[in-house]
Design a binder for this molecule. Structure first.
Ligand code: NOJ
Length: 562
């Protein structure tokens, strides 16, 4: 079935972590003018939509995800005039801008919280979740970024605890208070009236809470995320937000939805329910993690059959209603090629381009994280002093306090830390990779000197970057790759991911090798069919004869089948 056509289904998204993209002021931190400077580059990639991580006023406890003023720009990034210029320059180039909406929590430096903590009868008191100390210790809630994992923080002025699912400097907003919701909706109108084209919604399933704060049911101990994601009024609030704000504009929304499984998916994105357009599920990002431990890598390697199952199951979920979003990394994750491919010199090129082929031939809107287009890799810091991320730093601190050896932890962070995905963009081979004239806030990956940079890849016809551009054009000129039905082939192969996409008389076969060895498969259904190779990331087509295919390590091929 062909789903209704919409710009955000056909668009390709590029995510920018502004701190790390381009510094124009020489303070070692990226800024908005830096993005303006690079818009022509982004346009040349074939991108349609930019998702910009938070640029609002923030004390940067969590790099902008702790907002102290929703309607002003962070000083380090520039001014509102810079923002207006960015939006205008983007629209002039027919690029859409999606902002980050972080409304589960604010910064503790937000005016609302500053007021709220002053007294129990302050007009802003009920903007946040408070537990009076005379009621004893509040029921256990886990925090992601708290040194001791406790989401309740005692606050002396009012002898009460406040709730913070993330750091102590990120108190959770109380959505149960209609005034809070109205403030948020007004703020959203402010940005939409400026002309922004959508929101990515940070941990949106966490906004509704049972304000009787019951004891955490046993089944959620050690796995609190689904509990946080299933608050009683979540869908009521999302529907209200849709009615009050979203439905009034031609915009797109994508929720970040930890704790949401396939059974719940359509509650969010079934068009008839009028909530969101898309969301980012967490099943893939958990594949290489240790059970419920979000930030620990599992010991055995993940299997391709598991990877395929996740994508096939989610495709099935959205086969008739809703719409998926396809991504392999973001600012909370390590780099795509290091994680899902192989960043050794031997396999880096093929695996980076194979993964581009994957995202651009699946159903669902593709999201690329800045730098993935050139195949940026994990930096793998050895030394804790090089890390900047609050998550790594706080967990290290906790281990030290407990007297636990930190070596295993650092070994884990080399693959898991969010800083792997936050190193500065590699524009050229100069010192600091053309990102900044001064020492960057986070170290630049030294491999920018070995060809892993935009300037050199732009010149090289067969670079990862130029493959990316070519593959983008293939998606854009073959509508069946956007809307066509997906069907998995050779389900159990641990070497090759093969699938078809078909719409009306348009058919495609996609073959992706995830193996370091040569891989051979036979697809008898294709015997005698005319196969036109649209793209391959290796010298030859994988097709030998009689529907026998032989793929080089990490080879990707897309065929049009007649
Ligand atoms: C999810 C964001 O992606 C992450 O970067 C942030 O730390 C948390 N939400 C808290 O806002």
């Amino acid at each position: 079935m062909k789903q209704s056509r919409t710009w955000w289904k056909e668009g390709i998204v590029y995510q920018i972590y502004p701190r790390s993209f381009q510094d124009t002021t020489g303070n070692g931190v990226g800024d908005i003018q830096g993005i303006v400077k690079r818009l022509d580059y982004i346009k040349r990639l074939g991108i349609d939509i930019i998702w910009l991580c938070p640029v609002y006023q923030s004390p940067n406890d969590d790099n902008g995800y702790d907002i102290s003023d929703y309607q002003n720009i962070m000083d380090e990034f520039g001014t509102m005039a810079d923002f207006d210029e960015l939006l205008e320059e983007m629209h002039r180039r027919d690029l859409k801008l999606v902002m980050d909406l972080v409304v589960n929590h604010t910064s503790d430096e937000h005016k609302w919280f500053q007021e709220s903590r002053k007294s129990r009868d302050n007009p802003y008191r009920d903007y946040y979740h408070w537990w009076p100390a005379e009621n004893g210790k509040p029921p256990k809630r886990f925090s992601y970024f708290d040194v001791d994992g406790n989401a309740w923080k005692y606050d002396e002025p009012t002898d009460s605890y406040y709730l913070h699912y993330f750091s102590v400097k990120q108190p959770d907003l109380k959505w149960e208070n209609p005034k809070v919701r109205q403030e948020i909706y007004d703020m959203m109108h402010f940005w939409f009236k400026k002309g922004v084209d959508g929101f990515r919604m940070d941990v949106i399933p966490f906004i509704s809470k049972d304000t009787s704060y019951p004891e955490l049911p046993d089944e959620y101990n050690g796995n609190f995320i689904p509990f946080y994601a299933n608050g009683p009024k979540l869908h009521e609030y999302l529907h209200e937000m849709n009615k009050e704000v979203l439905s009034k504009y031609d915009i797109m929304t994508v929720g970040e939805t930890p704790g949401v499984d396939r059974d719940q998916a359509l509650l969010f994105v079934d068009e008839d329910r009028e909530e969101l357009n898309m969301f980012f599920h967490f099943e893939l990002m958990s594949l290489d993690r240790d059970g419920d431990e979000v930030f620990w890598m599992r010991k055995d390697p993940w299997k391709l059959s598991e990877f395929k199952k996740i994508h096939s199951d989610w495709d099935e979920t959205f086969a008739k209603k809703g719409w998926g979003s396809m991504f392999l990394s973001n600012h909370d994750n390590p780099r795509t090629v290091s994680r899902w491919g192989n960043d050794s010199p031997e396999h880096w090129y093929n695996s980076a381009t194979m993964l581009h082929t994957f995202l651009l031939t699946m159903k669902g809107t593709p999201y690329f994280y800045y730098g993935d287009e050139i195949g940026m890799t994990n930096i793998r810091f050895d030394n804790i002093d090089d890390y900047q991320d609050i998550n790594t730093l706080n967990r290290y601190e906790l281990l030290k306090q407990q007297g636990i050896n930190t070596e295993t932890f650092i070994a884990n962070e080399k693959d898991a830390s969010r800083d792997n995905g936050r190193t500065p963009m590699q524009w050229d081979a100069s010192e600091n990779a053309g990102f900044s004239k001064k020492k960057p806030w986070l170290k630049v990956h030294p491999n920018h000197k070995d060809g892993l940079n935009v300037a050199e890849q732009e010149k090289d016809k067969s670079s990862v970057l130029n493959y990316f551009k070519k593959m983008v054009q293939i998606r854009k000129t073959h509508l069946g790759l956007v809307y066509g039905n997906y069907q998995l082939l050779v389900k159990y192969s641990e070497e090759v991911y093969a699938y078809t996409r078909s719409m009306d008389s348009e058919n495609y076969l996609v073959l992706l090798s995830f193996s370091e060895q040569k891989a051979v498969i036979q697809l008898t259904d294709f015997m005698g069919k005319e196969m036109k190779l649209l793209i391959s990331n290796d010298t030859n087509s994988a097709l030998k004869d009689n529907a026998n295919f032989e793929l080089k390590p990490y080879q990707a091929c897309v065929y049009k089948v007649d």
